[in-house]
Write a protein that binds this ligand. Structure first.
Ligand SMILES: Nc1ncnc2c1ncn2[C@@H]1O[C@H](COP(=O)(O)OP(=O)(O)OP(=O)(O)O)[C@@H](O)[C@H]1O
Length: 333
């Protein structure tokens, strides 16, 4: 099922929860909606599901305007953050609640739990309950499946495993999926495209790679976890940053600049810019280092473990142009 959201706004009293949101999702596409708490992700899902009436705008499913169609007639499935299984029913009973004619055995084998039908819900682990909730959401064979923080409550290791399973399952089923998450790694692993929201607006839409490589604003860059963002003055293809100069392809003027931690090159050879290692955190194959250069904000560097400097060491700092991104000057945040 294809989805088109156009000009959707939602106000709660004077508070604008969604502002003129435009979003197109193609049939079979998996899209993740990403953003900080309160940015409007759940509200957007609720508008599409028909649980929240928009103050303005339209929701179109497969070419049909459903803005005034009640939720149960939209053919969309919704799985909420707190998966809200009925604890007084067994697993099979929970799945049939969504659809009395559901093929419980196939749905359970689809989510990798073939034998749990007769089990009491409370005897399942958190991850198993999450999968049962997914099986229940899939029971009516929705053409558009919407998931609100599908892996929200689980620990990181389980989430990383389940997200790969979910992705495979969606590809196999060919269902159009819209999934809300506040975790960028989860969004990147799950989705064909991600939508980054900020303050009720869409801050960026793109493939995970596009968003990672070229954040649309300083806000998006910081939300993705990049901390090396600072104002720079560009002249003749060279950006003057608080951490030294670096070649960039940008017009002259002031721009925020992002330097990815892998592009902060540290060495013990004498060079123009030097700093002192404040923190060195072992992270397996690499060491995450914070370097203090004069009064500049601390600079994060990812160093190969074999050559990483120690705390207190003085190091030369160079910035790799290939890992430097000039961000738009007038970011909306
Ligand atoms: N029924 C409501 N009445 C008033 N304000 C609301 C209502 N529902 C949501 N809001 C507000 O709208 C904003 C967006 O809420 P929403 O739940 O969509 O955010 P979110 O991005 O899903 O956040 P989270 O990641 O914390 O779930 C929040 O500031 C929230 O407090």
């Amino acid at each position: 099922m294809s989805l088109s959201v156009s000009g959707v706004s939602v106000r709660f009293g004077a508070f604008p929860a969604l502002v003129d949101v435009e979003l197109e999702v193609a049939e079979h596409e998996v899209v993740a909606v990403l953003g900080p708490s309160g940015s409007g992700k759940s509200t957007l899902l609720r508008v599409i599901a028909g649980l929240q009436e928009p103050s303005a705008g339209r929701v179109v499913l497969d070419g049909v305007d459903v803005t005034r169609v009640p939720p149960h007639r939209r053919g969309v499935g919704l799985m909420f953050q707190d998966h809200a299984l009925f604890t007084h029913k067994d697993v099979a009973g929970n799945i049939r609640f969504g659809n009395t004619r559901a093929d419980v055995a196939s749905l359970l084998s689809l989510v990798g739990l073939p034998d749990v039908g007769p089990r009491a819900v409370v005897t399942l682990s958190g991850g198993e309950q999450q999968r049962v909730a997914l099986a229940r959401a899939l029971a009516p064979s929705p053409k558009l499946l919407m998931l609100d923080e599908p892996l929200g409550q689980l620990d990181r290791e389980l989430r990383e495993r389940l997200v790969v399973e979910l992705r495979r399952l969606f590809v196999r089923l060919g269902t159009t999926v819209l999934a809300v998450t506040h975790d960028q790694r989860e969004a990147f692993a799950l989705a064909d495209r991600v939508v980054v929201m900020a303050g009720g607006r869409i801050a960026q839409v793109g493939t995970p790679r596009e968003v990672w490589e070229q954040p649309a604003s300083e806000f998006v860059a910081r939300f993705l976890g990049f901390t090396n963002v600072a104002p720079a003055v560009v002249r003749d293809g060279v950006a003057d940053t608080p951490w030294g100069t670096v070649a960039v392809a940008a017009a002259d003027g002031s721009h925020p600049v992002l330097v990815r931690p892998a592009g902060v090159l540290l060495s013990t050879e004498a060079d123009d810019v030097t700093g002192v290692v404040e923190v060195a955190t072992f992270a397996g194959e690499r060491v995450d280092v914070l370097v203090k250069i004069g009064d500049a904000p601390s600079l994060e560097a990812h160093c190969p473990a074999a050559t990483a400097p120690a705390v207190g060491e003085t190091v030369s700092v160079r910035l790799d142009p290939a890992q430097t991104v000039v961000l738009p000057r007038n970011s909306s945040e």
